[in-house]
Design a protein around this ligand. Structure first.
Ligand code: PEP
Ligand code: MN
Length: 342
């Protein structure tokens, strides 16, 4: 790290910083500039954190050089992480981008869910998604159908040969949820729920970690780091848009650039969710394509058998006929992209 001393820092203050660095076995070099003294320190930041050093009198700023997300970083692991499922489906690396589709919430109408699952299978998708525990802004909105929803999701997926994804909101549901789902989702509102991150870190189930509503890319990767640090290497990141000032036409701002940025700095797979990213069904296809062009390892899309009567997120859900058209074009698009890369 680099420690920049204040313009008027005393020699004693600078010496004290140098001494404490040396006591903690840092290799120290420093430069007395005309205005600021700059200390260059190489060592283990877990023994002496940048935050602690910043609190020393006379210190103006402490800059880190290596990214703090060690396990998620390409410095640690150069090759892409590939997550493989029991049926041979793979996410990440040079594998075909996966498709994760289904309603925002699993509802009481099992038949409707089956129609979505059948369409998903027919169009070559790999995963059926659907919320059972919904993080809703208002307590008056539909909160999810609970364990019954997971039973429906599993049944529809088993009957069609798909894998399942559903969101976990509380660590106490972990064992129960693991019986029904192949991938646990951590939603945008829980990206920094550290106890939940630790809990899913302690099991080996793959996790889709969504980007928080206001997470920076570094915070997003540090959230993934919590899962990796607790022992679960199977993390799939999901860019789902971030909050900004303009919500007149789109629900969120789809940060397409985060995908190649994350690919550059991390080995973890990343998928794009244009349903939540835009809030608009007509934007799902163009944004999915944009994500695929910049390297996304998959697309998550909300699909409902009757969006007008959906209990949540109908506006950003594709009705089945439209989904089939969009998916057919995305399949061709993926083929063309693959040929372009070869
Ligand atoms: C969802 O996937 O239905 C969901 C609630 O997503 P997010 O956490 O990204 O808002
Ligand atoms: Mn939703």
């Amino acid at each position: 790290m680099i420690i920049i001393m204040e313009r008027n820092a005393t020699e004693a203050q600078t010496q004290r910083v140098i001494n404490v660095l040396k006591e903690n076995e840092f290799e120290v070099r420093y430069n007395e500039g005309n205005v600021h003294t700059v200390i260059d320190a190489l060592g283990d930041k877990t023994t002496l954190t940048p935050g602690r050093l910043a609190a020393f009198d006379g210190v103006k700023e402490v800059k880190i050089i290596r990214e703090p997300f060690r396990l998620a970083s390409r410095d640690r692991k150069e090759e892409d992480t590939v997550i493989e499922f029991s049926n041979g489906v793979k996410i990440g690396g040079n594998n075909k981008p996966v498709s994760i589709v289904g309603p925002c919430s699993v509802e009481e109408d099992f038949d409707g869910l089956m129609q979505v699952a059948q369409a998903a299978k027919e169009m070559g998708c790999e995963f059926l998604r659907g919320g059972a525990f919904k993080p809703r802004t208002s307590p008056y909105d539909f909160q999810g159908f609970g364990e019954q929803a997971l039973k429906y999701l599993r049944k529809a997926a088993d009957e069609t040969g798909l894998l399942t994804v559903s969101e976990i909101m509380d660590a106490s549901d972990l064992d129960m949820m693991c019986e029904y789902v192949d991938v646990l989702q951590i939603g945008a509102r829980n990206t920094q729920n550290f106890k939940l991150l630790h809990a899913v870190g302690k099991c080996k189930k793959p996790v889709i970690l969504k980007r928080g509503l206001a997470s920076t890319i570094r915070e997003f990767l540090l959230a993934a780091e919590h899962i990796l640090y607790n022992g679960n290497p199977n993390v799939i990141l999901c860019e789902r848009g971030i909050r900004s000032f303009d919500s007149a036409f789109t629900r969120n701002v789809m940060d397409i650039a985060s995908i190649p940025v994350i690919k550059k700095y991390s080995h973890l797979p990343i998928i794009i969710d244009p349903s939540h990213g835009t809030g608009q069904r007509y934007l799902i296809e163009p944004m999915a394509k944009a994500g695929l062009v910049v390297g996304a390892d998959g697309v998550m899309m909300e699909v409902h058998h009757d969006p007008e009567n959906a209990l949540s997120d109908g506006k950003q859900s594709l009705p089945i006929p439209m989904f089939k058209e969009v998916m057919a074009r995305l399949n061709t698009f993926n083929e063309n992209l693959k040929n372009l890369k070869e």
